[in-house]
Structure formats: structure tokens, C-alpha cells
Write a protein that binds this ligand. Structure first.
Ligand SMILES: Cc1ncc(C[n+]2csc(CCOP(=O)(O)OP(=O)(O)O)c2C)c(N)n1
Length: 352
């Protein structure tokens, strides 16, 4: 029996939230969300293939997002462009696609091309789109958390009505930056949503071995802010629960701390053989695949047929294949431009 059939057999664990209910919907938003999750998955699986090609087509570290798609897509459903901000760690492909970055700009960045979103100089960990409010991926674990606070402080100071989504992994919550930023955010009532993407493991270290307090949401209680877990594999739940935190922040009531429990299907980065995971654990995780769960739900609600789902899959595969072909044909940056955009001012050490 296929995983899809097996998931379909199981009783629904929850009803979709009211605000998102099929009765009130013509299904177009739900179909778009499923398509976006599929696009991210296909993008990531193709990234793995491209990374493994000879000739170092993709240089440096590369961390894929397969399995965590419901979080990025849920955020994109409530993110207000032109108003809200997002900042992330290094596992940043999914959020960038979800906020509308074209797959071609992403592949071009991975391939080090001048047409990439960071002009080919950032690579996998530095997908950026300032205009879209995407303040990008950051490689130092926990390093971007205070920057997220700064974005939120600016929103409050300038009274923009926007909120900041600041995402980080379970491995980042033991950094000192996390403590300082949460404390200040609460004192300032900054409009920030702290989001722990808890995939249970930091590189190969299980969360039980790195955090003394096993209930990660409890971290928020020490800073007097609402704190809770959500099922990070259920896109409807993400929209509902993150949406509540966003409303609170927009009303000036301050930050929230949300732990989105999820799973990553691939290794930490490309060089990870995942020896810390058992076959049994992986098999169980497949039954909670966010894309399969949503496909089953939309089929049950009569919003999509299996044929239409297959059609969506074909569409995203083509979109990804076309993006790779375009990025392959794009030029590399010019040698004389190599020091541009490194610093806001002119790079002082430029060789003559
Ligand atoms: C300050 C710092 N220490 C160590 C590293 C090496 N490192 C890179 S990723 C990582 C694990 C982070 O895991 P987590 O925050 O859970 O994110 P996930 O990969 O699960 O998304 C570590 C220790 C780093 N990049 N920065």
C-alpha cells in the first residue's frame, strides 16, 4: 500500500480551522498552497541532484528544506508584502520560494551566476530579496536572532503596522543571542514572531541531548510571552496559530514564541549520511509528510482529484526543469565586480 493510501486510511486528526474552511472556500487558495509545497520539494530534490554533479556546480554548504514545507508556505499565507519582514538561518530555500522568489533566481544563486538573487556571491545560505521583505539566510547559528529583533524594533519605532517573522532551528535556542533578544523583545513589546523550526536535531545532535528543558516552548515563559507548540507539518494549523500571534503583534501586544514541530527528510547538509536516524523513524516520518497530509485533506474535501494533483506535480517539475535550464545558461559574475556589494561602502582592501 502506498504512503498516500495509508495516510488516507487514518482518521483525520483535526478539522481545518474555521477561517480556512472548505465550506467558505472555492479551493483556489488551498490548491495554490499545495502547489507551493510541491514546488519547494521538487526544487530541493533537484538541488540535491545538481549538487552531486561533477565539477562543483554548487559550491560551499547546502542545506535543503524537504519535509518542513508547511511552515514556509503557512507563513507566506499570512505574510503581508510591503509591510512584514522575515529573517532566517541558513536553511532558507523554502521561505524564499514561498515569498515569491522565482526558482530561476534561486538556482542561479546556487550555481554562482550573476543573475542569482545575491548576484551569485552568496550561495545556498544567502537567498535574499529585500524588496519582498526577505532579509535572507544567515550562516552563523543564532547570529540573526538579534537582527530579527532590530527589524521588529524598526517596525514599532516607525509605526509601520508590520511584523517580523524570525525563524531558527532547535540548535539555535541555546545561543546567548536568543536569550538577549527574547528578553528585549518582551520588554519592548516588539512585533516579532519567534519561530523555532524544531526538526528534532541540530546536525546530528538530538534535541534531548542539547536542551535541558525538553519542552522547547517553555523558553517563551521565562520572557513573559505567549508560547506554544504547533504541528509544523500541517499547513492549516500553521496558518491558524501563527495568524493568532501575528494579530496580537499587530495590535501592539508584543512577541510570541512558537515551536513548529517538524522533521527533515534529508541530512543536515549534503555531506551528512544521517547515521543518527533509524529506518523505522524515517518510515514513521513519511506518514506525516506535510505534502501527503495536505493532498489527502484536499481530496477528502473534494477540492482536488488525484488527477489534478498529478497535474500539479507535472507543472512544478516543468517549472523547476526550466529554471535549471535558464540558470545553466546564465553568465557568471565579472571578475572586476567581485568586491561589489560586500560592504555598504567601498571595499577597502581591493587589490590594485
Ligand atoms: C555559531 C555557530 N556554531 C556552530 C555552527 C555550525 N553549525 C552549522 S548548522 C548547526 C546546527 C544547527 O541546527 P539547528 O539550529 O537545529 O538548525 P537546522 O539545521 O535543524 O535547521 C551547527 C552547529 C555555526 N554555523 N555557527
Amino acid at each position: 500500500m502506498s504512503v498516500v493510501d495509508e495516510v488516507a486510511k487514518r482518521p483525520a486528526t483535526r478539522k481545518p480551522p474555521e477561517s480556512n474552511s472548505a465550506a467558505k472556500s472555492d479551493g483556489s487558495a488551498e490548491r495554490a498552497r499545495l502547489r507551493l509545497m510541491m514546488l519547494i520539494r521538487r526544487f530541493e530534490e533537484r538541488t540535491v541532484q545538481e549538487y552531486q554533479k561533477a565539477g562543483q556546480k554548487i559550491g560551499g554548504f547546502c542545506h535543503v528544506y524537504s519535509g518542513q514545507e508547511a511552515i514556509a508556505v503557512g507563513i507566506s499565507a499570512i505574510f503581508q508584502k510591503g509591510k512584514d519582514q522575515l529573517i532566517n538561518g541558513y536553511r532558507c530555500h523554502g521561505h524564499s520560494l514561498a515569498l515569491g522568489m522565482p526558482a530561476r533566481d534561486c538556482f542561479a544563486e546556487l550555481f554562482g551566476k550573476a543573475t542569482g538573487c545575491s548576484k551569485g556571491k552568496g550561495g545556498s545560505m544567502h537567498f535574499f530579496d529585500a524588496e519582498a521583505g526577505n532579509n535572507g539566510g544567515h550562516g552563523i547559528v543564532g547570529g540573526h536572532i538579534p537582527v530579527g529583533l532590530g527589524l521588529a524594533f524598526a517596525q514599532k519605532y516607525k509605526n509601520t503596522g508590520g511584523v517580523t517573522f524570525c525563524l531558527f532551528g532547535d540548535g539555535a535556542i541555546n545561543q546567548g543571542t536568543h536569550n538577549e533578544a527574547l528578553n528585549m523583545a518582551s520588554l519592548m513589546k516588539a512585533p516579532v514572531i519567534w519561530i523555532v523550526e524544531n526538526n528534532g536535531v541540530a546536525m546530528g545532535t538530538q534535541v534531548e541531548r542539547s536542551s535541558a528543558e525538553k519542552d522547547l516552548a517553555e523558553r517563551g515563559s521565562g520572557y513573559a510571552m505567549p508560547h506554544y507548540h504547533v504541528d509544523g507539518n500541517d499547513v492549516d494549523t500553521v496558518i491558524e496559530k501563527f495568524g493568532a500571534a501575528v494579530e496580537r503583534a499587530r495590535k501592539g501586544e508584543g512577541p510570541s514564541y512558537i515551536v513548529a514541530d517538524t522533521y527533515r527528510f534529508r541530512g543536515h547538509s549534503m555531506s551528512d549520511a544521517m547515521k543518527y536516524r533509524t529506518k523505522d523513524e524515517m518510515e514513521k516520518a513519511k506518514l506525516r509528510d506535510p505534502i501527503t497530509l495536505y493532498e489527502v485533506r484536499l481530496r477528502e474535501q473534494g477540492l482536488l482529484t488525484q488527477e489534478q494533483i498529478d497535474q500539479l506535480q507535472e507543472e512544478v517539475s516543468k517549472e523547476v526543469a526550466d529554471a535549471v535550464a535558464q540558470a545553466d545558461n546564465d553568465p557568471h559574475p565579472q571578475l572586476e565586480d567581485r568586491f561589489d556589494d560586500i560592504l555598504a561602502e567601498k571595499y577597502p582592501y581591493q587589490p590594485k
